[in-house]
Design a protein around this ligand. Structure first.
Ligand code: HXC
Length: 257
């Protein structure tokens, strides 16, 4: 398949999606979101892919939803088409997705990054929810996910003022897992993704599912979920292989079963 708003590559077992609307700083229009979802559908089904990286350009991961596309939308139109809900499919994926963010991640761009499993940031990254300046508020999870990442005070300030957070602040408050030099960003993200892709795939996917449960349930129920899945892992050949390899001082060869 060929795409107009993204570039799709594979690097070993890693699927790499580069958002590519340079003239609009990768503003997220419906075509781009549709193309990203189509590619993620394929990656989720493809046993040769173990982890996905979504990145943008040096200047922008994505400067938000496409303001020109949405500016004349009416309330009934946005309700009937369920505007933005399709984006959330990024957060429903079963294989891990890393957001590699350089430059602006604003509005829907910040929200897209937060839908991924973790964010690696270049030292040039800038995160913000500037929707308030456009007379609206975040609509793709920003008021909810940013608050869970950085706490109420910073989330509230950012959503109410549109202030941007630089990479150092984003790392300090836990919005991003790590900051790397901009020149190394994609290479580093692909390296981390390759490490994940070399693990047992069912174990990786169950681990992602378990971490994500912590956002949806109480501590006791989350721990119960973790324990059930943990016990189930002892039914997998990959658990035997992983622990045997340690005991035999060799590298494990996981078979995804
Ligand atoms: C459409 C956009 C855009 C956007 C930038 N562009 N952001 N087009 N939608 N979100 C376009 C500009 O119009 C311009 O096109 C080109 O990209 C380059 O942008 P400049 O503004 O010239 O670049 P610069 O001066 O470097 O400023 C960068 C910027 C600024 C600070 C990121 O572009 C900006 O403030 N953008 C809007 C950010 C924003 O408000 N995002 C939230 C969107 S609302 P031309 O044709 O003039 O060259 C949102 C709602 C989410 O995301 C709710 C649900 C998803």
């Amino acid at each position: 398949a060929s795409y107009e708003t993204i570039i799709v590559e594979t690097r070993g077992k890693v699927g790499l999606i580069t958002l590519n609307r340079p003239k609009a700083l990768n503003a997220l229009n419906s075509q781009l979101v549709g193309e990203v979802n189509a590619v993620l559908d394929g990656f989720d089904k493809d046993p040769a892919i173990g982890c996905v990286v979504i990145t943008g350009s040096e200047k922008a991961f994505a400067a938000g939803a496409d303001i020109l596309e949405m500016k004349d939308k009416t309330y009934p139109e946005s309700y009937l088409e369920d505007f933005i809900t399709a984006w959330d499919r990024v957060a429903q994926r079963r294989k891990p997705i890393i957001a590699a963010v350089a430059g602006f991640a604003l509005g829907g761009g910040c929200e897209l990054a937060m839908m991924c499993d973790f964010i690696l940031a270049a030292d040039t990254a800038k995160f913000g929810q500037p929707e308030i300046k456009l007379g609206v508020m975040p609509g793709a999870g920003g008021t909810q996910r940013l608050t869970r990442f950085v706490g109420k005070s910073k989330a509230m300030e950012m959503c109410l003022t549109g202030r941007m957070m630089d990479a150092a602040e984003a790392e300090r408050v836990g919005l991003v897992s790590r900051v790397v030099p901009a020149a190394d960003l994609v290479e580093e993200a692909v390296k981390v993704a390759s490490q994940i892709a070399d693990m047992s795939m069912p174990t990786v996917m169950m681990t992602k599912e378990s971490v994500n449960r912590s956002y949806e349930t109480t501590l006791a129920e989350g721990i119960r979920f973790e324990r059930r899945v943990f016990h189930a892992m002892f039914a997998m050949a990959d658990q035997k292989e992983g622990m045997a390899a340690f005991a035999e001082k060799r590298k494990p060869g996981f078979k995804n079963r």
